[in-house]
Design a protein around this ligand. Structure first.
Ligand SMILES: *[C@@H]1O[C@H](CO)[C@@H](O)[C@H](O)[C@H]1NC(C)=O
Length: 363
């Protein structure tokens, strides 16, 4: 065989490997996409789906192929190393999405845009941006994380710059924590070398094992570089239900006092969340990230009310182009369960699965 054929063969092999890698990598984000495309977040469905099907260690197995296949891939498709066409940084779009698609979260809406906008406008940030989203499930944490990915990266969650870790799925076994640490460090290092404006999302962060997240502290801290790599342009987002209790308590207090929930301020909540975070159990809350104030913003997601559930139902129907009668929105909202027992004010599941529920009410 002459060298020409060998070269062709290598290209073919690289392509096959590359596709396998992409498939593997695609699995999670696609499932995530599929479920969250339907308007609101679907944390449980996602976790169940993944837990059933996949072997967690597979999630890691193709990482070593990344570099070689990437070089080949870029030589063919162009990876825009200089101008970085992987980034779109559409703050207007983010602002618009938060303003129109997210309901009942005035604080998240305001703080997320400000934080992200300010961070992206800084050419040389002092440290990586670390945001922590707090609240009950179904309040929109994952929904907002996805909006950020969609508006900052051309390929959204599928982007090679965006990395999603679901704590109980990627890191299931407590006794493998040292192994996970090494893998996580290696993955994040490789990711940032590859794309300095990387976004890392840690879902169900309350389930991270003790000590795991401490390993990435140097990447979030104020260092010029760690092992020759500058991490300060990357973003970390942690999603958890920690602090959900304080948030609901305060929202309920406002309601009982006859005050508007939009009057709740960051000052009212941020310290409470922080306090609840530092006193509760778990690998995220007990991490040095929280203890050493490396989280830039603790962002509360308030529990949702009947009227918000109706808006979610409306969005779900609109996005499918369905003509609906307004009664249906009430029917969907009535189908959810509400807490606390006395007031029945907040939807226990937030807007979760509302987009699936509307199906039952369609003629
Ligand atoms: C940013 O998002 C807005 C709203 O979604 C959209 O109209 C606009 O075309 C986007 N701009 C870019 C540069 O992608």
């Amino acid at each position: 065989m002459n060298s020409h054929w060998i070269l062709l063969f290598c290209c073919w092999l690289a392509k096959v490997n590359g596709n396998m890698f992409q498939d593997q990598l695609g699995t999670f984000s696609e499932i995530f996409h599929f479920l969250t495309d339907q308007i609101w977040d679907s944390e449980f469905e996602l976790a169940d789906f993944i837990k059933k099907g996949a072997n967690p260690l597979d999630a890691w197995s193709f990482s070593s192929l990344q570099d070689s296949t990437r070089n080949w891939y870029c030589s063919v498709h162009g990876c825009c190393e200089s101008t970085d066409c992987r980034l779109i940084n559409n703050i207007t779009g983010l602002d618009h999405d938060l303003g129109t698609k997210l309901h009942g979260q005035h604080l998240a809406k305001e703080v997320v845009v400000k934080a992200v906008k300010g961070f992206l406008a800084t050419p040389q940030p002092q440290k990586a941006l670390a945001l922590s989203f707090h609240g009950w499930s179904g309040t929109g944490k994952k929904f907002v994380a996805r909006m950020i990915a969609d508006n900052l990266y051309r390929d959204g969650l599928r982007s090679e710059c965006v990395h999603l870790y679901i704590a109980p799925f990627h890191f299931p076994y407590a006794d493998l924590v040292d192994k996970y640490k090494a893998l996580l460090l290696q993955r994040i290092l490789a990711a940032v070398q590859h794309c300095d404006r990387s976004l890392f999302i840690f879902d169900e962060a309350e389930k991270l094992h003790q000590g795991l997240i401490d390993a990435i502290k140097p990447y979030i801290d104020h260092y010029d570089n760690v092992d020759g790599v500058d991490f300060r342009k990357s973003m970390f987002i942690f999603l958890s239900n920690v602090g959900g209790h304080s948030i609901s308590r305060m929202t309920l207090d406002f309601w009982r006092a006859g005050r508007n929930r939009e009057e709740i301020t960051m000052e009212d909540l941020e310290h409470r969340i922080q306090r609840e975070a530092t006193t509760s159990e778990g690998g995220f809350t007990q991490s040095v990230l929280v203890a050493e104030n490396l989280i830039d913003f603790f962002i509360p997601f308030l529990p949702l009310e009947y009227k918000h559930v109706k808006l979610c139902a409306r969005d779900a129907l609109r996005s499918r182009g369905i003509n609906y009668k307004v009664d249906i929105l009430d029917e969907v909202a009535r189908g959810m369960s509400y807490v606390p027992k006395s007031e029945k004010l907040f939807s226990a599941q937030g807007c979760k699965s509302v987009s699936q529920r509307v199906n039952f009410f369609l003629p």
